[in-house]
Design a protein around this ligand. Structure first.
Ligand code: GUN
Length: 292
């Protein structure tokens, strides 16, 4: 059984990016710069954004963390994004989701210039991705592709079952893995909340690669895993636990202890895909810089 270690795979990506930023610094040039917008103080979002900023530091990238209270108006957010769009020294912009209910995510995402949309959420970039054109791939799907590449996991001709159809993970993953590209050319089944559970189980049992992004802790049990499958767990849920130091534990969508008894390879949670999301984001930020 192989553990698909996000720490190792993301360190490799970061090392190659650090080499690039060192060369830029040696040549007296500025390095890539990411602007991250955080609204409110959702605990998980705080952690993710702090980690993104820290990883920028470690890779020689500049970063700006821009905070707003959760009563910020949509107009104020849009004005800030407009200023960042126009700022030549900012290469990438991300707005951490979820946003408060009174703010329309779609309007905010569409206001980010597609050339600075390092999360790859802008409809222009999603459209380019669907057509197999060069673009920013959404950070988590990109991270999964980088993980598959690092561990040399063959996808061509394989049956991939994706569980979950979110705009930021499941749906783009199904498109990317079925596309004509490296880490692609798989045939893909996409299961979601309206797939009868017994069908999801049946499909999962036939998956060479099972990718789960539903946000339900330990949704995937041993019976759903084909012996020798590759299992990719994109779930990260905080589950209350009074015995844990922080009062919660992080749980994936896969029962890890069960998965390792059947799978050939599994991503742990934490320490798997989460770290690769940041690697994907950094890669996109370097790409934005190079085009800027
Ligand atoms: N919230 C959960 N995942 C993500 C992500 O990849 N990017 C942003 N901006 N927000 C998120």
């Amino acid at each position: 059984m192989l553990i698909l270690d996000g720490k190792i795979a993301s360190a490799a990506v970061k090392a190659s990016l650090l080499q690039k930023t060192k060369a830029l610094q040696a040549a007296g040039k500025r390095t890539p710069h990411l602007a991250a917008i955080l609204v409110g103080n959702n605990g998980a979002s705080e952690t993710y954004v702090a980690s993104k900023v820290k990883n920028c530091d470690e890779t020689g990238f500049g970063s700006s963390l821009i905070r707003f209270n959760d009563d910020v108006t949509e107009a104020d957010l849009l004005a800030k994004i407009k200023a960042l769009n126009e700022d030549k020294n900012i290469d990438g912009i991300l707005v951490q989701l979820p946003l408060p209910k009174h703010i329309n995510d779609e309007i905010i995402i569409e206001s980010i210039h597609p050339d600075k949309d390092v999360d790859g959420f802008h409809p222009t970039n999603i459209g380019r991705m669907v057509q197999g054109m060069d673009t920013f791939i959404p950070a988590t799907p990109y991270g999964v592709l980088l993980m598959l590449e690092y561990y040399k996991i063959e996808t061509k001709g394989k049956h991939v079952v994706v569980i979950g159809r979110s705009n930021i993970v499941g749906r783009p993953m199904s498109i990317l893995l079925s596309g004509d590209r490296p880490q692609g050319n798989a045939y893909v089944t996409l299961c979601h909340r309206y797939t009868p559970k017994e069908e999801t189980v049946k499909m999962a049992q036939q998956a060479d690669i099972l990718l789960v992004a539903v946000g339900i802790p330990e949704f995937v049990t041993a019976e759903m895993i084909k012996p020798g499958a590759v299992v990719i767990d994109v779930g990260i849920t905080r589950v209350e636990d009074a015995t844990a130091k922080k009062g919660f534990r992080i749980k994936g969508d896969v029962n890890y202890e069960e998965a390792i008894t059947k799978a050939a390879a599994v991503t742990p949670v934490p320490g798997g895909v989460g770290l690769m999301t940041i690697a994907g984001l950094l890669m996109n930020t370097m790409k934005a810089y190079e085009a800027n």
